[in-house]
Design a binder for this molecule. Sequence first.
Ligand code: ADP
Ligand code: MG
Length: 495
Amino acid sequence: MSVTATTSPAVGTLYVSPSPRSRGMPRVTMTLRSVVSVGSILTKLQQDCATPLPVIRHVADSMTADMRAGLAVDGGSNLKMILSYVDSLPSGNEKGLFYALDLGGTNFRALRVQLGGKEERVVATEFEQLSIPQELMFGTSEELFDFIASTLAGFAEKESKKFHLPHGRQREIGFTFSFPVKQTSIDSGILMKWTKGFAVSGTAGRDVVACLNEAMERQGLDMRVSALVNDTVGTLAGARYWDDDVMVAVILGTGTNACYVERTDCIPKLQGPQSSSGRTIINTEWGAFSDGIPLTVFDRDMDAASINPGEQIFEKTISGMYLGEIARRALVTMAGEGSLFGRAVPNKLSTPFALRTPDICAMQQDNSDDLQAVGSILHNVAGIESSLSARKIVLEVCDALVKRGGRLAGAGIVGILQKMEEDSRGTIFNKRTVVAMDGGLYEHYPQYRSYLQDAVTELLGSEISKNIVIEHSKDGSGIGAALLAATNSKYDHDF
Ligand code: ADP
Ligand code: MG
């Protein structure tokens, strides 16, 4: 179903030119003027966020160039291209009990896994998930890390008999921390800045493993962080455990990021001893990418009102935290300037972040003729009474933004793949290469997923894109972090 200003018969046949004297006009004319106005706002939005092939080609090429600049020298590009210190990926032989913690943007998860080596693989796994209390996102570092340590302590107490720790050993943790960290070793790293709406005081500039260790001490909890990993790196490790062709991992959740397997001789900024494998994982922090991204006035306004204006522009156009909010801003303008929902702008719609990405996703799944579900979501979320034509406009807004998001994410993936292919001809495009995907946005939004795939196919062509497998790796990052704790265990291991 499609509605645009140019094809709407009401606009085409009954156009009334705007006039300053419109106040005195009969009500029917007012209504028609409103339709014109909404239509033109929609058309402008669609034009401003359009992603035809030349635009996504430019984004993919710029991503490649920015990656190279970030690998050349620290600070050489928007992309930080952070060394993960993960030089060897799980082999499948890992054995023993390991824990993982995952601090994302929305949820906090604790997980334990009993690994049984090549034959038995994952013998048992248990996890607990909590949403991060809102006040902790704006509190102090101690409060946040105390929450993490006390949740972990409660979870560790519930360890069942399926899990075995050899006598005299400390429980080891893989800590997934999904914010930009300057890694200083596999088990330490300094928080560069908070993102995704977090504004916790006292953590930026500190080693987040030290912050967690101190909180565990305060809780009297005897556990040790063996690996500090970005969620993308955890996802890559977790997916690679099952499939040797995994070379790239991408997170599309509250925020977004990507990592990939790089040759150490392609990293000019890498000083000192190089890994024995000759490879390492690079965390791109691609959320900070910004070159050539088509932006609307609603993006600019949202960015200006954000806690990090001018930063994380790619993240702000493609990730789950923001898609609903950009749509909300467009709808507020359409309601105010074009009376999309009648005379007044519904009060609840004016609240920032009132419309969430899961809401616009749910609306886009409505295939009914009268768009019943769209109507009830608008009603429940924003107290809106909507006509059928208004619901169609709402869907057009959502679709334009989700299409841009998915296609830009696809262009970013192609940017990474073509960088790897340029350096090692034939190793990416001429054989099966897997991109492991995770995050709530990718998992739950079918339209987003298919726009992403479309862009990859358009950019690579149908032959090459047959070799590129983009697949969901559910919860890979939790197990992946535990696997990296195993690979980096302080105890001798027989794998
Ligand atoms: P995090 O990024 O915080 O680690 P997730 O990967 O679980 O967490 O992603 C959560 C995000 O995914 C939410 O903030 C939301 O934007 C998006 N999301 C969750 N459910 C849906 C859904 N049904 N449809 C679209 N997006 C969703
Ligand atoms: Mg996450």
